[in-house]
Design a protein around this ligand. Structure first.
Ligand code: SF4
Length: 408
């Protein structure tokens, strides 16, 4: 007898069974203390300033909880994860150590899921999976635990609206980030619908130039090769544009692109006709925006010597924090405390080249003021460990920090 495949989207009510495990793996008592005591710590030569918002967002917390509940609820079953649950190696490794098998997310389209049996369980990550991947999994009749974040689903709804109403969706996003690929797949459900992915305001200008008749169709097709729907024809498909963004982009840049494109339509057709040609909906999620705002506030408040940005090297929202910080002060994007190799050497990912390299002589002698933030998929525990490592490199032993934290 065949049975309908189950898709679980609400967790399993097992929160109290996983709380201790989650707290032990992801929480930092020290960080919790600092967040309720002014976000600063000054010991010896080292002055630490924390951003007001950083680390796990609501979507990542929810996805992590669902994954841990899944392990309890389906104990003894084979559990797969379609791609990384979030873009943080520590979080993924924790699941791996519990027996979860991570399938390569970027290959979802080509993937053959025939090895998945009905009794198996597949967890879908916070940034969602493609429509095709979901269909194929459903054909396997397995249990599916969908942790797709509500803010990602908002983007899906928006682009489906555009697809159903004859608008080509322009997505400000990173191709091939899993979230953007999944968004494109929601559009591809509609055979006549089109999309185009753009990465920055410069590319937004190209679209505006095309609308204004200043560059050719050939140039658009060349510039955006591999980032539009099969059969995309700029002459027909850039007449009506609906704008959306990957949830983790720079909010300010997304709004700027939307305005550039809107103005191009206004110049061509007149202000009163613009709405017929252009719709926009800001889909940068509030968690991303809050973290970006908090970094700007931190940079504006102080006279920092450097910023430390903690998060997975493949984390989009962490890269945006790095971009903001690096425009103002010397900044290092690291994954975990092990990247603080010594006083002399730091392993970090550069921006905008996104290359992992080791830099010498990064930590000055004498007084240093360091700002700290972390991407939405970085556990607080990792941030706390970085903090302890920074003090260690400045010859402040851990017990001095613990004495302050435990004194309350
Ligand atoms: S960054 Fe935003 S969209 Fe992504 S999981 Fe967090 S809340 Fe959801």
């Amino acid at each position: 007898m065949t049975r309908a495949p189950a898709i679980h989207r609400k967790g399993f009510g097992l929160k109290e069974h996983i709380e201790d495990d989650l707290a032990q793996k992801y929480h930092s008592h020290t960080l919790a203390y600092l967040l309720s005591h002014g976000n600063e710590l000054h010991l010896g030569d080292l002055h630490i300033f924390l951003a007001n918002k950083f680390g796990f967002c609501y979507g990542v917390e929810r996805a992590t909880e669902y994954a841990y509940e899944t392990l309890q609820h389906f104990a003894g079953r084979k559990i797969y994860l379609l791609g990384e649950i979030v873009h943080n190696p520590y979080v993924n490794n924790q699941l791996r150590q519990k027996g979860v098998v991570i399938l390569n997310g970027l290959q979802q389209k080509q993937m053959d899921y025939s090895f998945i049996r009905p009794q198996d369980v597949v967890i879908l990550p916070a940034f969602g999976v493609t429509h095709t991947a979901l269909n194929r999994l459903q054909q396997r009749k397995c249990e599916i635990v969908d942790t797709t974040c509500g803010s990602v689903l908002t983007v899906w709804k928006r682009v489906e609206y555009y697809a159903q109403n004859g608008f080509t969706t322009i997505i400000h996003g990173k191709y091939p980030h899993e979230e953007t690929i999944a968004v494109c797949s929601q559009i591809s459900k509609y055979p006549a619908a089109k999309y185009l992915v753009i990465k920055n305001a410069t590319e937004g200008m190209s679209i505006a130039d095309f609308i204004g008749g200043n560059i050719s169709k050939k140039e658009i097709l060349r510039q955006f090769t591999g980032r539009y729907t099969t059969g995309f024809n700029p002459e027909n498909d850039l007449q009506k544009i609906g704008f959306a963004n990957q949830t983790t982009m720079l909010g300010g840049e997304s709004r700027q692109i939307a305005e550039i494109v809107r103005e191009a339509f206004a110049a061509r057709y007149g202000e009163e006709q613009t709405e017929r040609h252009f719709r926009s909906f800001d889909t940068v999620c509030s968690a991303t925006q809050d973290r970006q705002d908090a970094v700007r506030d931190l940079l504006a408040a102080g006279d920092l010597d450097m910023m430390m940005i903690i998060g997975g090297f493949n984390s989009s929202n962490t890269a945006q924090l790095m971009q903001i910080a690096s425009e103002s002060v010397s900044s290092f994007h690291i994954q975990d405390p092990g990247d603080l190799i010594s006083k002399q050497e730091i392993r970090h990912q550069t921006f905008p080249a996104m290359k992992v390299r080791i830099t010498d002589n990064w930590l000055p002698d004498g007084a240093v003021k360091i700002g700290i933030t972390a991407g939405a998929s970085t556990p607080t525990r990792k941030i706390g460990q970085v903090l302890y490592r920074l003090f260690e490199l400045k010859n402040i032993p851990a017990h001095q920090i613990k004495r302050i934290v435990n004194a309350t």
